[in-house]
Design a protein around this ligand. Structure first.
Ligand code: ADP
Ligand code: MG
Length: 699
């Protein structure tokens, strides 16, 4: 059956078209102004919008509404209220007011608050974010909202993201005006997040406690075939996967999510979905929804969608590439090199601001990608190292070098500056070379941050990037302020010269997967914060607290609370993994080892009784090695058990996290090695859960 995709697209979204049809003209205009310029919205306008929204929602089968928000759990939260309102004659009408649209009051006490809860009331507020469109899902009208405490502290990821977008816009507009581009009044950050994921058969998935409880396998011997044949990446889609992706696209399109690209990824059973980029705020909401819909659609297809960063050892894990750029309300992409010199001035200032931002706040960029899951990926020769550096490509690197060294840049070679030539070089957009090993790569007209884990909210890296770039721009503005227009080109040249000297250490165009780079980065004085507990203290360093408070992104209290939450999340994750491993080994695996050893031994005895001349040495050696494994695992299990008890007894969350990282994970590694070795000796049908072979080649 032929489908009308343009009609389907956004059919469940209260989008511009619906608003224009449903809202009185003046209300529509006022709302548009709020959406585009972030101006305050009057209650009368909200009342009018609420009526239209409800009407539209009810027409489309909704009975309920919910404020939809993104607490610090990393997931979304919702509480549904019906539209019904009783009338005096015992009937009900469907009702929804501006007040209900604008503000909600969920109990905040059960969401992570990292200590903010102790000092403030449990009450929390959700506030409508009109810049992200409302939508209908499962019979409920979803209203994107920001979530904060009674005292106004942000308890979510949207509030600081919106603050950071505003900070960047303010600073960008300021410097654009200094550069003479006075038409611009607002800039938006744009994001296109590429999402990687695994699909496995649901029945097999359900048989593994580790996948169900932790999202990753805690053990499992490698399959004889992994990704070495390099046949999966961009390979033909299997029918079941194709059907899933098709369904997924449609569900996303209905919600106005512009799913664009889909393909198989490097590891068996691994895939990727990329949407067309959107404003940061909307793209973040859409990515949260995408992850949720991915799981839901998988369930319908008898599949489980794994969003964990490292579901399987020995093959690639999953990331989320954050493509990021800045565009003006006049339709210009500020990271597009363009072709004319005056555009180049502007481009070079913004490019340099990003380089400076990433160099000065590389530690925060690392923090933005930190999680227990992503620790298994970063630096594992499948994802960028934990060292943050920038890939610019040869051409832009040469351009900056020519400015630094006062040499004339031409496309092929650098020669001495010719007198009378423009001080700033002409160059074309560089879209030739690529570098998959770089954590932060310039890709023609945007940067791609590749460290982020697949399950993470894209909000965090963008909060940091926006703020750090806002800071760099504000410093540049100070330097350029008061320059006469005819001197601007020279002033920019001098500014970039100073900045590139200082920040070129963060630029690295080579292979980020090598040991040499780790050495070189150390010499350059770059951070190499290997694990989550290693990097999180950077979040609360003086330099970073100053950055966030200066730009009103976080208060000091908010930063410290978030640091606590991140640590707590790490500690809890490792705790759950350790307990799950203990349970799987104790209840499932060890009984299988002993019962198989016993049956081998019984069979050998029976054989000996029937045919005494048949040698039984291999059976004996198998039984004895299984016995050794049993002993080894049992003894390491009692160590693990003691360590699990220890986790909560440390003096601080940071100490607990360090302990989990250095001690608990090490014991789990030891257990895993022993279990995997034993598993390889046991027939599949004697094992209590499906093997890697079955899981990875199940679909
Ligand atoms: P790749 O080859 O790296 O996958 P693509 O051209 O497919 O590159 O783009 C990847 C993502 O980058 C897509 O989601 C795309 O929409 C997004 N993207 C493109 N331009 C921009 C931009 N100006 N700002 C943010 N994201 C962008
Ligand atoms: Mg990409």
């Amino acid at each position: 059956m032929k489908k009308d995709i343009p009609a389907l697209y956004g059919s469940l979204v209260f989008n511009d078209k619906v608003m224009r049809n449903k809202l009185p003209k003046d209300v529509y205009k006022a709302l548009k102004k709020t959406i585009e310029n972030g101006t305050h919205l009057e209650l009368e306008v909200a009342n009018s919008v609420a009526v239209a929204m409800k009407e539209w929602a009810v027409e489309n089968g909704a009975t309920h509404f919910t404020h939809w928000f993104q607490p610090m759990t990393g997931f979304t939260a919702e509480k549904h209220d019906s539209f019904i309102s009783p009338t005096s004659n015992g009937e009900v009408i469907m009702d929804f007011s501006g007040k209900e649209l604008v503000k909600g009051e969920p109990d905040a006490s059960s969401f992570p608050s990292g200590g903010l809860r102790a000092t403030f009331e449990a009450r929390g507020y959700t506030a409508w974010d009109p810049t992200s469109p409302a939508f209908i899902k499962d019979g409920t009208l979803y209203i994107p909202t920001a979530f904060c405490s009674y005292g106004g502290e942000a308890l979510d990821k949207k509030t600081p993201l919106l603050r950071s977008m505003e900070a960047l816009s303010n600073e960008a507009v300021k410097i654009l005006h200094i550069l003479g581009n006075t038409a611009v009044t607002h800039v938006s950050t744009t994001i296109g997040p590429e999402q990687e994921y695994f699909l496995v058969d649901k029945d097999l998935y359900k048989q593994r406690r580790d996948l169900v409880l932790c999202g990753r396998t805690l053990m499992g011997a490698s399959a004889p075939r992994g990704q070495e044949m390099e046949d999966h990446y961009f390979g033909a889609l299997k029918p079941r996967v194709a059907a899933y992706m098709h369904d997924l696209d449609e569900e996303l399109w209905k919600l106005g999510i512009p799913a664009k690209t889909k393909h198989n990824e490097v590891a068996p059973s691994q895939h990727e979905l990329a949407p067309i980029f959107d404003t940061a705020n909307v793209a973040v909401d859409h990515n949260q929804l995408t992850m949720e819909i991915m799981k839901k659609v998988a369930d319908k297809h008898g599949l489980a969608c794994l969003l964990h960063e490292k579901p399987f050892e020995g093959i690639n894990g999953s990331g989320k590439h954050n493509n990021w750029s800045i565009s003006t309300n006049t339709g210009e992409n500020l990271l597009d090199p363009g072709k004319t010199p005056d555009q180049n001035i502007q481009f070079l200032v913004f490019l340099m601001a990003v380089i400076k931002a990433v160099d000065e706040y590389a530690d925060l960029m690392r923090v933005s990608a930190a999680s227990a899951g992503n620790d298994h990926r970063l630096g594992g020769n499948e994802a960028p190292p934990a060292i943050v550096s920038i890939f610019l490509g040869d051409e832009l690197t040469a351009v900056l070098k020519s400015i630094e060294e006062d040499t004339y840049f031409d496309e092929h070679q650098s020669v001495q500056l010719e007198t009378g030539a423009h001080v700033l070089p002409h160059f074309m957009k560089d879209n030739t070379d690529r570098n998959r090993t770089s954590p932060f790569a310039f890709t023609g007209n945007k940067f791609e941050f590749r460290m982020l884990g697949s399950s993470a909210s894209v909000a965090t890296p963008n909060i940091i990037l926006n703020t750090a770039v806002a800071e760099a721009l504000s410093q540049f503005a100070k330097e350029l302020e008061g320059t006469a227009p005819e001197d601007m080109e020279h002033a920019v040249h001098e500014l970039i010269k100073r900045a590139i000297k200082k920040h070129k250490k963060v630029i690295f165009n080579g292979n980020g997967y090598t040991e040499e780079w780790v050495e070189e980065a150390k010499k350059r004085g770059l951070y190499n914060l290997e694990s989550t507990p290693d990097c999180l203290p950077q979040f609360i360093s003086d330099k970073n607290v100053e950055l966030f408070t200066k730009h009103h992104i976080f208060t000091k209290e908010e930063i410290f609370s978030r640091y606590e939450i991140l640590l707590e999340n790490y500690v809890k994750t490792i705790g759950i993994e350790a307990k799950t491993m203990k349970e799987m080994l104790t209840k499932d695996f060890l009984p299988a080892v002993s019962s198989y050893a016993a049956s081998v031994s019984d069979n050998a005895l029976a054989m000996k009784a029937l045919a005494p001349s048949v040698p039984t040495a291999s059976a004996e050696s198998l039984v004895s090695s299984l016995g050794d494994a049993y002993e080894k695992i049992s003894s390491a299990l009692s160590t693990l058990d003691e360590e699990i008890q220890e986790i909560d007894k440390k003096g601080s969350m940071q100490e607990s996290a360090d302990y989990c990282h250095k001690t608990v994970l090490a014991t789990m590694d030891e257990l895993r090695a022993a279990a995997d070795e034993a598993e390889a000796k046991i027939p599949d049908e004697e094992l209590p859960y499906p093997t890697y072979d079955a899981l990875l080649f199940s679909v």
